[in-house]
Design a binder for this molecule. Structure first.
Ligand code: SAH
Length: 241
């Protein structure tokens, strides 16, 4: 099984095209994932078209074409709850001059990502094992990132409590969502007021192959996050702000 390239689809949906080299790296990543998946259940998304849409296209759609991102700079990026490396790995392949931290609390997943980093020679990524609630308080991570990404980790206000502490003032957080409701937005607003952030853009997409609904919520950190956030391990989920 080989990944489709879908040059026209990239162009039509995101006004962007991958290079030959990037296509090659994605193909390599896909093959590595298929191989590991025979031993451990890393992802349910293994069909080539499914993988293309849900892992590649979706990861990139969240970060391409934003007029408030200084793309040329060597951005410091964190992917919180990266799992098998999404959205962080496909992004690291198209922005080799960005520095990515891939954070997950599951050692097994981080071990697998380390294998991918070696196999694909991705020298711009480092992995971090731990809970966002703990790592977000460490000096070497707190308020040091330009961009924070979070997909499929929890409710929006929980994601905000995980992401905001990592961002520099002026930094951007991206919440990858399916549906987006008024109730979620209002809960998120309540959380952001306490965390020092605000919503600057909500972007809606239909995915190009299956026409599923996707939303990307862009947050900007406007003031420093108070020291008490994130709260202790488990509390953000049990008692969302
Ligand atoms: N972002 C990936 C994986 C989503 S599954 C994707 O979209 O495909 C959620 C992942 O978040 C799991 O791998 C889980 O281990 C991790 N996770 C959940 N809560 C976390 C926390 N508090 N800190 C760090 N990682 C967390």
């Amino acid at each position: 099984m080989k990944l489709p390239t879908f040059e026209d689809t990239w162009q039509n949906s995101l006004q962007w095209q991958p290079t030959e080299k990037q296509l090659e790296k994605w193909e390599q990543l896909y093959q590595e994932i298929l191989l590991i998946n025979r031993q451990i259940n890393l992802t349910r998304i293994t069909d080539p078209q499914d993988f293309w849409e849900k892992h590649l296209w979706d990861s990139l759609a969240g970060v391409i074409g934003l007029d408030f991102l200084p793309y040329k700079d060597s951005l410091k990026v964190i992917d919180i709850g990266t799992g098998a490396g999404f959205p962080g790995l496909p992004i690291s392949i198209i922005f080799p001059h960005w520095q990515l931290s891939l954070l997950d609390s599951t050692q097994k997943k981080i071990k697998v990502i380390n294998l991918f980093l070696d196999a694909l020679k991705l020298s711009n990524c480092q992995t971090v094992i731990g809970r966002a609630e703990d790592i977000g308080h460490l000096q070497q991570h707190r308020e040091t990132y330009d961009l924070g990404l979070i997909r499929a980790v929890g409710e929006p206000s929980v994601c905000a409590e995980y992401v905001l502490p990592f961002l520099k003032v002026g930094g951007i957080g991206v919440l990858y969502r399916g549906n987006w409701t008024k109730a979620e937005e209002s809960n998120l607003q309540t959380a952001l007021k306490q965390l020092g952030g605000k919503i600057i853009l909500v972007k809606q997409f239909q995915t190009p192959l299956t026409q599923s609904v996707r939303h990307f919520i862009y947050l900007k950190k406007v003031i420093s996050t108070p020291r008490q956030f994130p709260r202790s391990v488990g509390i953000p989920k049990q008692k969302p702000l």
